[in-house]
Design a protein around this ligand. Structure first.
Ligand SMILES: Nc1ncnc2c1ncn2[C@@H]1O[C@H](COP(=O)(O)OP(=O)(O)OP(=O)(O)O)[C@@H](O)[C@H]1O
Ligand SMILES: [Mg+2]
Length: 265
């Protein structure tokens, strides 16, 4: 099992859409079992998968718990092969509690990951192949818990005029992430909302040449079908399988799987 956090301190770069599209592609095309964790109080991923953050059975409850949890209590079935631990605005209490009296279990997702891995080792049915965590554009209690548990991080970016200077900031972000979890690796920096302009192509080529971070070969094209799929609360891959973004996410997931190598062995 692999745990991947989708992280960038910059807002609106496609973290939530990348998390969702990866889950849909891993489940529908590759037959993987995926647990999604919404670590963002905006709750966009939860809304998209039709899951409500509820008292006692969401990420806040998991982070507020002191002891071992029976993790299925926190999990809501979402789509075929995909479950989710939802979040909503109440997740901000994890930060409030952490600031006020340190009452937040930053190891909660790591413990959950351990419990899932034990179940998988016992051969229990329904074990997850991937945990994908949609992070907020901030270091918060929830994103710290996500990074503590993650094997790797995927960093979506936009290819705008600031992306080359933004790389230095990204490298600083990665150092900060490694203060939380020193074994964290960067699985890939993924360009999203790509518009095929000469400027974006130039920015992409400069990034690939000049940065120490691994830049994914795949780029995700901008497509109006993405917004339409979120309104419909449907998987982009089934809602609009032939749009550029759906095709690109499929390519990206294949690239990700090729780089990761086989899991569970
Ligand atoms: N490939 C795409 N084509 C068109 N629109 C996109 C694409 N990817 C994302 N979007 C849109 O861009 C907006 C931001 O995407 P998203 O919510 O995934 O970003 P985010 O990084 O999670 O944002 P935040 O930092 O606020 O959590 C959304 O309205 C989404 O529908
Ligand atoms: Mg988001």
């Amino acid at each position: 099992m692999r745990t991947i956090a989708i992280f960038n301190l910059k807002g609106g770069v496609g973290k939530t859409m990348t998390t969702a599209a990866m889950a849909d592609c891993l489940a529908a095309d590759h037959g993987k079992r995926v647990l999604l964790i919404d670590a963002d109080a905006q709750g966009n991923l939860s809304q998209y998968f039709g899951a409500e953050a509820e008292d006692g059975s969401d990420l806040l409850a998991l982070l507020q718990g002191e002891n071992e949890h029976y993790y299925p209590d926190f999990v809501t079935p979402a789509r075929k092969g995909i479950d989710i631990i939802p979040a909503g605005m109440s997740l901000m209490y994890a930060d409030v509690d952490a600031i006020k009296d340190g009452r937040c279990n930053i190891n909660a997702i790591e413990d959950l990951r351990g419990a899932i891995a034990e179940d998988a080792a016992r051969g229990e049915s329904g074990a997850y192949d991937y945990i994908l965590i949609d992070c907020p554009p901030a270091f918060s209690a929830a994103s710290s818990a996500a990074l503590t548990a993650a094997d790797a991080v995927i960093i979506p970016i936009r290819l705008d005029a600031f992306s080359t200077s933004g790389m230095a900031e990204l490298i600083t972000q990665v150092s900060a992430m490694r203060r939380i979890n020193e074994r964290l690796c960067v699985a890939g920096v993924l360009a999203t909302q790509y518009q095929r302009t000469p400027e974006e192509d130039l920015a992409f080529n400069l990034l690939r040449k000049n940065t120490v971070l691994p830049i994914c070969t795949s780029k995700i094209r901008q497509s109006s079908r993405v917004s339409a799929a979120t309104f419909a609360c449907e998987s982009l891959l089934s809602f609009s399988p032939h749009c550029g973004a759906a095709k690109d996410y499929r390519k990206f997931v294949q690239e990700f799987l090729d780089r990761e190598g086989p899991i569970n062995g």
